[in-house]
Each structure stands twice: as C-alpha cells, then as structure tokens.
Design a protein around this ligand. Structure first.
Ligand SMILES: *[C@@H]1O[C@H](CO)[C@@H](O)[C@H](O)[C@H]1NC(C)=O
Ligand SMILES: *[C@@H]1O[C@H](CO)[C@@H](O)[C@H](O)[C@H]1NC(C)=O
Ligand SMILES: *[C@@H]1O[C@H](CO)[C@@H](O)[C@H](O)[C@H]1NC(C)=O
Length: 127
C-alpha cells in the first residue's frame, strides 16, 4: 500500500465528510460510542510545526510546543507530535466542536481546522 492509500485509509477510518451545515469550515467526524478516536489533521504540515493547540468548545484540551506536551495529560486525551488528538473511550457528551491550530516556530499560523464530533452507537442501558 503506498503512502497516499494509507492516508486515504486513515481518513476513511474516521469517516470525515465535509459539512453542509451551519459552519462550512468544520469537518464532521463520526465517532463510535465506547471506542477511542484519533482526530488526524488533514494536510498537517510535518516539516515546521512549532506549536499545536487543540480546543474543545473553546476550552484548551491539549498543546504541544516544540515536541513538548505543555498541558498535563488527562485520562481523556492523548496528543501526538504529528498533531493527532486521541480521545479515549468516547461518551455521548464528548460530541462538540474541536479546533486545532498549528503555528510554525515563528508564530505564523500554518493551519486551522474545525471538527464537529458526533457520536454514534447504541446508548448504554441504564444500570
Ligand atoms: C500520529 O501518531 C500516532 C501515534 O504514533 C498514530 O497513531 C497516528 O496514526 C498518527 N497520525 C497520522 C495522521 O499519521
Ligand atoms: C495539572 O492541571 C491541573 C488543573 O488543570 C493543575 O491544578 C495542576 O497543577 C497541573 N499539574 C502540573 C504538574 O502541571
Ligand atoms: C461526560 O460524562 C461523564 C459521566 O457522566 C463525566 O465523567 C465526564 O466528565 C463528562 N465529560 C464531559 C466532557 O463533559
């Protein structure tokens, strides 16, 4: 499998489709309830990314600056130096608007993306 196929495959895994809704810039991502989800950044600039920040509904959740994680690890999120945000064990209330911003080492904004996370799957039966 060549690189293009692998990248395509990783997109298909998280079912990214462009939104037709309110915010034309956000990418709708479907996550499966109770599973982990990797939010990959399409077009991530691998060469010079000095500062990568993730927000959820405007709250900071993870940041990596010069390959150093700046926010302390929570149980909920993992972030990798390639910018991918991993959300562990999806719950219904993890849906929402996730935003990522990538800056180069001079503080120039290289890329901003918004992801509209929706959760699909059977709801757990009440205990
Ligand atoms: C980013 O790195 C993580 C951990 O190494 C990996 O699981 C993920 O697939 C990578 N994402 C991309 C887009 O390469
Ligand atoms: C981790 O974050 C919490 C709250 O966000 C803060 O109170 C705590 O001091 C932080 N710990 C470290 C080691 O940064
Ligand atoms: C979602 O709900 C669970 C359990 O009710 C809670 O522990 C968690 O903090 C909530 N997460 C968010 C992002 O609100």
């Amino acid at each position: 499998m060549n690189l293009a196929c692998e990248i395509l495959a990783s997109f298909l895994l998280i079912f990214t489709v462009p939104t037709k809704g309110e915010d034309p810039e956000s990418i709708v991502v479907w996550g499966a309830l109770d599973h982990d989800l990797n939010l990959d950044i399409p077009g991530f600039p691998r060469s010079d990314s000095g500062d990568i920040k993730w927000n959820r509904n405007k709250n900071k959740i993870a940041r990596i600056k010069k390959d150093m994680p700046l926010h302390n690890e929570t149980d909920k999120y993992d972030m990798f130096t390639n910018g991918t945000l991993k959300i562990k064990t999806l719950m219904r209330n993890d849906s929402g608007l996730y935003e990522v911003e990538v800056y180069d080492s001079n503080g120039v904004n290289l890329l901003s993306k918004k992801f509209d996370l929706k959760i699909q799957g059977k709801s757990l039966t009440p205990k």
